[in-house]
Design a protein around this ligand. Structure first.
Ligand code: PEP
Ligand code: MG
Length: 754
């Protein structure tokens, strides 16, 4: 069964378009289940009905025409119930609806399953047979498995098809994602080259044959050069006979083999990438059909060569391309280094397929104030390249090839958004004091963005979280102590005399160093943060010493330890901290080395229960609400699929945050919060009501939060908190906070353009 399932999924995925994929699907399922009929219906939400998309066994003329309402017939029932229906006499069922146009009178047995993708019914698969019988449990499970496997494939095929149709009909199409940095951008897509495969190449025509031929020859030449270099590099390590494989590769690249086949496709009007795809896929299929295992193996070589040429082809295209004026950067999994490569004045927006609003790359876009959405459908990205688009990161929508009317509408909304931001800017130098006179220390989260935030020092009360890992990530090796000292000194000086809380290295999870391999099944539950530092005291001591030395003569440094989960870690880390301090004192007796405050992050749930003991050992703590939410709710913060479940407004998270404030007050341990929640005006309001008086956030949130706080009373916030803590879920909490904002004339902060 498994082999059949795989074969069906593979064959469907290799089809050039949705129609042929569905035709292939129904045929293979009918054969595999040994029935007389298999059909697939797609949900059309614009008309509230299902349309017959493909069939083997019903009237073929009804394909694309026959429609049945969402609540009609057995097909409608399967969708309504969202579960399979398996009946021996379909016609005897009260929901059976006779539809003469499809010719299904001769069938009795009926097995149908819904096709569901991310809670949405995409369609319904129906298998029918003349003989009246109930399908076996195995057959039912087979169809369910197939439907689940194919749901995402079909969802993507459906979107691809919409994009294709839109291109020819000049309509706008829209994709949904999760907003991670609010705002609107209107620009052109620049796709960061994904890991290439031929599946990701859409067949497209290009009438400029000469240009396409030139691109292809350039790519072949680059591939030849690459093979030459490879064979030279390997010549010392592998025998001469084995190197002969490169000669074979070079021959395959000759005009006589690959060249003239591609040329024929170029002549037919295909662009170079499409021509290459057609030729390679055909050759691979031919080799695969051979009986001789040796010749069959050559399919792998052909594919390898094809991919290398494709890689150069795409690179050549990109190399000659500049980032557009308003670049909307698109990637499969966006990383901070991809962001860093775009000149900042050109970066207008960001779209990432994988990841979610809480990943570090996403936090970085927020810090940079660049609208971003995460977690759109997993599509062959290259088809977006160079397309005009509107990114509505308020509503998490991406409009491809927008109409002029839509562009006009969004330009107006962008203008209004700018006006609002300017109002925040006008008050940025004023104190963050509430109407009833309570001063809230607003601190900066910094470090993820390496370019210095020169102008930020005067608008904040210092730095509440300096993420040191970004420095390490951009280097090709661990930085030296001197190098680190220079970086840290620069930051401490910039914010002097205000405090700077520097966090020791927090790599692992979604922050990887190219030169320090950590491959794990569950990276967020693995070797991360303090665990790595304690396992590598030489690195940890180096970093601590660099911080202590950078602080000489300034004295505004505080040190914070990430991911603390147990007392042993606190004690070991403090032991190494003392060691670094004393060793420096011995090495530089003439210098006055200050001993800074040392604190911990509260982000692993166990830490919350250890405050009675730890409050005697450390000087302060800061809540990392990003990780705390992730670990409390068991939701991977960078997984788009569960992004809806990552919600710091979950009453459990709010209750924990409130308990932390009470405990810290009780044990007189200074506390603050530096997760993203504090940068959200509604989050900040609830936290202040809980007793937090120090909140650390990114620069773009800081102005907004300050502006909001200056218009509210703490006593009103406290009343709101009491109600929120009693709510059963995050949705109700957010309903209350939103109403609160509206009541206090702050509702315009939440406008969602569409
Ligand atoms: C947090 O976890 O809330 C936090 C501030 O740290 P980071 O996002 O860097 O993990
Ligand atoms: Mg954290």
């Amino acid at each position: 069964m498994l082999a059949t399932l795989r074969a069906i999924a593979e064959s469907v995925s290799q089809q050039a378009n949705l129609d042929s994929a569905l035709v292939c699907f129904v045929k293979m399922v009918k054969d595999a289940m040994n029935t007389q009929c298999c059909s697939i219906y797609f949900a059309d939400y614009s008309q509230d009905n299902f349309v017959l998309m493909a069939t083997e066994g019903l009237n073929p003329d009804a394909v694309g025409k026959f429609r049945i309402g969402f609540t009609e017939g057995l097909v409608g029932l399967v969708a309504q119930r969202e579960e399979p229906i398996n009946i021996a006499f379909a016609k005897a069922h009260p929901r059976f609806k006779l539809s003469p146009e499809v010719n299904e009178e001769s069938y009795n047995a009926f097995l149908s399953v819904p096709v569901v993708h991310q809670k949405k019914i995409l369609g319904v698969i129906v298998v029918q047979q003349k003989m009246a019988r109930v399908f076996s449990q195995d057959e039912e499970s087979f169809l369910i498995t197939l439907s689940a496997q194919l749901a995402s494939q079909l969802a993507h095929a459906e979107i691809k098809e919409i994009l294709r149709q839109d291109e020819s009909s000049h309509q706008t199409s829209v994709l949904k994602g999760v907003s991670s940095a609010p705002g609107i951008s209107i620009g052109k897509a620049f796709v960061v080259i994904p890991k290439l495969n031929f599946k990701s190449i859409e067949l497209t025509k290009n009438s400029n044959v000469n240009e396409q031929r030139r691109l292809f020859s350039q790519a072949v030449a680059a591939t030849r050069k690459e093979f030459h270099t490879l064979s030279m590099t390997l010549s010392d390590t592998i025998p001469q006979e084995a190197l002969a494989v490169f000669d074979v590769y070079q021959q395959l690249l000759d005009a006589k083999s690959l060249g003239h086949n591609v040329e024929a496709q170029l002549q037919e009007g295909w662009c170079a990438k499409s021509a290459l795809k057609i030729v390679i896929e055909r050759l691979v299929a031919q080799f695969n059909q051979m009986q001789d295992p040796y010749i069959k193996e050559r399919a792998v070589d052909v594919k390898d060569i094809g991919l290398r040429v494709l890689h150069h082809l795409v690179n050549t295209e990109h190399a000659i391309k500049d980032y557009p004026e308003n670049t909307i950067l698109m990637a499969h999994t966006l990383t901070p280094s991809m962001l860093a490569e775009v000149p900042s004045e050109r970066l207008a927006g960001v779209v990432s397929i994988k990841g979610s609003a809480n990943s570090h790359a996403s936090i970085l876009t927020r810090a940079m104030g660049v609208p971003a959405i995460w977690g759109i459908e997993d599509l062959p990205l290259l088809q977006f390249d160079d397309k005009e688009m509107i990114l509505d990161a308020f509503a998490g929508r991406l409009y491809i090839s927008p109409s002029q009317t839509l562009i006009k509408e969004y330009t107006q909304l962008q203008y209004q958004d700018d006006l609002l931001n300017n109002r925040f800017l006008e008050e940025q130098s004023l104190p963050a004091t509430t109407l009833d006179g309570e001063h809230i220390s607003l601190l900066l989260n910094a470090g993820l963005e390496l370019n210095t935030q020169q102008n930020s020092a005067h608008i904040c009360d210092g730095v509440g979280l300096y993420r040191t890992e970004a420095w390490f990530m951009q280097k090709g090796q661990f930085p030296s102590q001197q190098e680190q000292e220079k970086w840290y000194r620069e930051v401490l000086t910039r914010y002097y005399p205000n405090p700077v809380v520097m966090r020791t290295l927090d790599i692992g999870g979604d922050k990887v160093l190219d030169y320090f391999n950590i491959t794990e099944e569950n990276p967020f539950l693995g070797w991360r943060g303090i665990r790595i530092s304690l396992d590598h005291p030489e690195l940890f001591l180096d970093q601590l010493k660099a911080m202590l030395k950078a602080n000489i003569g300034l004295g505004n440094l505080k040190i914070m330890l990430p991911m603390i989960s147990g007392t042993d870690e606190v004690e070991e880390a403090l032991g190494l901290f003392n060691q670094a301090y004393y060793e420096l004192g011995e090495a530089f007796p003439e210098q006055l080395i200050e001993k800074p405050d040392i604190g911990i992050m509260l982000e692993v749930p166990s830490s919350i229960f250890m405050l009675p003991e730890w409050s005697k050992k450390v000087d302060f703590c800061s809540v990392g609400s990003n990780d705390l939410t992730q670990y409390l709710l068991a939701v991977d913060r960078s997984n788009a699929r569960v992004a809806d479940l990552f919600n710091p407004y979950h009453p459990a998270v709010l209750r924990v945050l409130s308990n932390i404030a009470n405990e810290c007050e009780h044990y007189e341990l200074p506390f603050s919060l530096c997760g993203e929640l504090g940068g959200d005006p509604e989050g900040a309001i609830l936290l202040i009501a809980m007793g937090y008086r120090r909140l650390s956030m990114n620069l773009s949130s800081l102005n907004k939060v300050k502006w909001v706080l200056r218009r509210l009373n703490v006593s009103d916030m406290e009343q709101l908190l009491d109600e929120c803590l009693a709510q059963p879920n995050a949705k109700q909490v957010l309903r209350l906070t939103r109403n609160f904002m509206i009541e206090h004339q702050l509702g315009n902060l939440f406008y969602t353009p569409k």
